[in-house]
Structure formats: C-alpha cells, structure tokens
Write a protein that binds this ligand. Structure first.
Ligand code: ARG
Length: 453
C-alpha cells in the first residue's frame, strides 16, 4: 500500500508485531458499510462514475458474503482488516477499487469502524443487562416476602426480604444501562472525512455519509477525531463497572450457597463437582464471574495507559485499543447470559433464610426505636439496648427472652412486642425501605419498566 516510498519488504517480525487482522477482522461488516457510504459520497461528488460505484458496492457486498461464509483468506502481510478488504476489492474489480481510498485514511476509517462496532455491541450488551434484570426480578417476585438477614461488615444487621436484596442488583444494572445509553451519545459520531488528521482537499458530503451510517452527528475537529479513543475507554469502564456489580452478586451467591449460610441452591446445570470430593457442588459460574472482572478492570487500565502518553494525533499505539475492547465486550456478554440463566433457575431455601433472620439480635435497633417512641433520646436508648445485648451474650439468654425491666425500668412489658419479624418489616414503609408492601410495589414498577423495553 506504500510501495512507492520503500525499497525493501517489511521484515517478517515487523509484520508479526504490526498485524491486527487476526483480531480486527471482526470489524469487517462495519468496514464495508463505511466504505460503501464513502464510495457513494465520492460518486455524488463526481469522483466515481455510476458504473464504478456500483462495481465497488457489489464487490464489497460479495467480499462481505465470502467473509460471512468463511471463504475469505485474511493475510497478515496486509496488516489489518481495512487493507485486506481494499486489496481484495481491487484484485476483484480492478481500477475502480483503487479509487476507493480517495479522501480517506485508515485513521478516520478505523475510528469509524470501531465506533460502528461499539454502537452495535452496546445494543447487545443492553439486551443482556435487561435479561439479567428480568431474571433477578423474577426471583425477587417469587421471594418477595421471604425474610432474610441483611449484612454490614458481613455481620448480621437487620431483616429484609430476599426480594429487596435482589432488587438492589436490579437497581445497579439499571444504572449500568443508563451509563451505556449515555456513552452512546459520544460513540455515535462520524469521524469519516477527518482523513489522516487534517481532513482532505477533496470535500465529500460528511453529513450524507454520517446519515447513511446512522451517526447522530459528524466530528468537529479532524485532529481530535483521529486521536480520540475516549469512547472506547468509556465503554470499557461502563463494562468494568457492570462487571464489578456482577462480581458483588457472585460474592453474595457464593456465600448464600455455602453450607454456613445455606440460603440459596443453584441448579446442577450451573454448578460443578469435584474430581476428588464427592459431596462438592461448586458455584464456579459465580467464581468465574468474579475472576473475569479482574480482566475487565485490567482492560480499562490497559486502554487508559495506552492513550495517556500519546501526542496528537494518531499513533500506532492506538491499534492496541481493540483487544481490550473486544475482550471486555465478549466477557461481559457471556457473564450476563450465564448469570441470567443461573439466577432464573436458582432456588431460595426459605426456611434457612427465616431461621437466620429469626435471630432476635437483628431487632436490637427496633428495640432502641421502641424506646425512642417512649421518649428516650436515641443515644441513651442505644446504650440501654447495648446493655441488654451484653447481658444476652453473657448469659446465653436470647435477647427476646431477657427480663428487660431488670436492665432499665424504661423497658415496660410492651417492649417485647418489637420481637416480631412481621411487625418489624411492616413498619419499614418509607420509600426505599423493605416493607413487604413496598417490595411488592417496587416489583410492580420494575415489571412495567422491564416489559416495555
Ligand atoms: N490497524 C490500524 C489501527 O488499528 C489502522 C490505522 C492505521 N493507521 C496508520 N497510520 N498506520 O489503528
């Protein structure tokens, strides 16, 4: 492609380090769509005859069909997907093919292709997030009223319901989806026409090209357009944060499926056994989800580091944007799908949840609130209940069976009325709190929201 200036062939090792077609081949559909839009603009500008344009268009469509069918030989000597397709087009149709690269550089071309690719994959990711939300919502609905302890510091805190717990993850995923939608506005911008870095002396209709490719607008600075990889870093971040959410969910499920907790049971189809210990049923999907999140975060560090030292504009370092991008997208798609399937089939062991939640210590705060309602200042109430807890621990008497009046006369006989999980949950009616009624109305809200898109 640059033979005019060079007397020697590119060295074998340089081809090895420089080739990207072994992974960027997957941009082919977008590369072809971009080339067709570019060629159409050339035709409209009088740079191609109708005949030449139609040769280019059908030539590219045939190449696309061959790649789809697995009948295309990618050559690393041609470096990347862009040159593989262009060289093959020229081989097939002759001189018209050699006109395609007029007023274009691989710099604006690769930016166009990756933006189209990101845009398409973002839709797939959004659908994957929705599917996982639906699976969580389904479990939340089934176990809306199942009482379970909620934890801080992994120490039992207060009672909630399993429905409330799973809805917390539906919320996180909704924010991930919001970030994806927001990032799309910065992805969906056409760099075509920015050329190598300073546009071109040949003016093609940038807006027409952008419209054909479904871009919302055209980039407004040619140097920025070819140097910018923010949209890739941003997408990798959004994916990374979603991975972090899935990793936390995994950690909850790893705990919940342990013998110590015993709150949840995963299907045999989503767990593995041990080659040595016959009794084992391991939550590998959760562990792999948690483990793969490390890769997602590594990819974010990789892309940010690749960009940080670069002077304007394009530098070859930017070719390193693709592997982390592809890996993050592939990884999140798979983890979303397998988690959705696993959660849809997960059973909750309601009796175990309730037994754990029946620890009266979980209602110590409610006891303090009861004192507050009798007019005791909260700090003092906290101290009195603290004394009751200490007495319970010291004597081995459950908190709800202590003679509380011996601790302080403020505890009248009515105080023990707080030791009812039903009453405790029913009192938590403020927005966002886990009364069963609240949880059910949140489920109804999500059901409406998730069924419409
Ligand atoms: N394969 C290259 C990349 O991914 C395409 C752009 C190459 N541009 C260049 N001037 N060498 O970044």
């Amino acid at each position: 492609m640059w033979k005019g200036r060079f007397a020697k062939e590119t060295a074998e090792l340089v081809q090895q380090i420089g080739e990207s077609v072994s992974y960027d081949w997957r941009l082919y559909q977008h590369d072809i769509a971009g080339s067709i839009a570019h060629a159409r603009a050339q035709y409209k500008a009088g740079l191609l005859t109708e005949e030449e344009f139609s040769q280019i268009e059908s030539g590219l469509r045939e190449i696309e069909a061959d790649i789809n069918a697995g009948n295309f030989e990618f050559r690393t000597s041609l470096e990347d997907i862009h040159m593989n397709i262009e060289a093959e087009l020229t081989r097939r149709i002759g001189p018209a093919g050699a006109k395609l690269h007029t007023a274009r550089s691989r710099n604006d071309q690769v930016a166009t292709d990756t933006r189209l690719y990101c845009r398409a994959e973002m839709e797939v990711l959004a659908a994957g997030i929705r599917d996982l939300q639906r699976a969580l919502l389904d479990r939340a609905e089934k176990y809306a009223a199942t009482v379970v302890p909620a934890y801080t510091h992994l120490q039992r805190g207060q009672p909630v319901t399993v429905g409330h717990h799973f809805l917390a993850y539906v919320e996180m995923l909704e924010r991930d989806l919001g970030r994806l939608t927001d990032a799309r506005t910065r992805v969906n911008v056409s760099p075509l026409g920015s050329g190598a870095l300073a546009g071109s002396t040949i003016n093609l209709d940038r807006h027409g090209i952008a419209k054909e490719l479904g871009f919302d607008r055209v980039s407004t600075n040619s140097m920025d357009a070819v140097a910018d990889r923010d949209y890739i870093a941003e997408l990798i971040f959004v994916i990374g944060l979603c991975g972090v959410h899935l990793s936390r969910l995994s950690e909850d499920l790893i705990l919940w499926t342990s013998a110590e907790f015993g709150f949840a049971a995963l299907s045999d189809a989503h767990t593995t056994g041990s080659s040595l210990m016959p009794q084992k049923k391991n939550p590998d999907v959760c562990e792999l989800t948690r483990g793969k999140t490390g890769r997602l975060l590594g990819n974010l560090v990789a892309i940010l580091t690749a960009i940080k030292g670069l002077p304007l504009t394009y530098n070859r370092d930017l070719q390193e944007d693709k592997e982390p991008l592809f890996d993050s997208i592939d990884t999140l798609k798979l983890t979303l799908a397998v988690n959705a399937e696993m959660i849809a089939a997960m059973e909750i062991r309601e009796e175990r949840c309730r037994a754990a939640a029946s620890d009266p210590m979980l209602l110590a705060t409610d006891l303090a609130d009861w004192l507050v309602r009798q007019g005791v200042p909260f700090r003092h109430a906290h101290e009195l209940v603290g004394k009751a807890v200490a007495a319970s621990v010291a004597t081995g008497t459950p908190l709800d069976q202590l003679d509380l009046a011996t601790i302080d006369p403020a505890f009248t006989s009515d105080a023990t009325s707080v030791f009812s999980l039903e009453t405790a949950l029913a009192a938590r009616t403020n927005p966002g709190a886990p009364s069963i009624e609240n949880v059910r109305s949140e489920i109804a809200r999500w059901n409406t929201g998730l069924s419409s898109n």
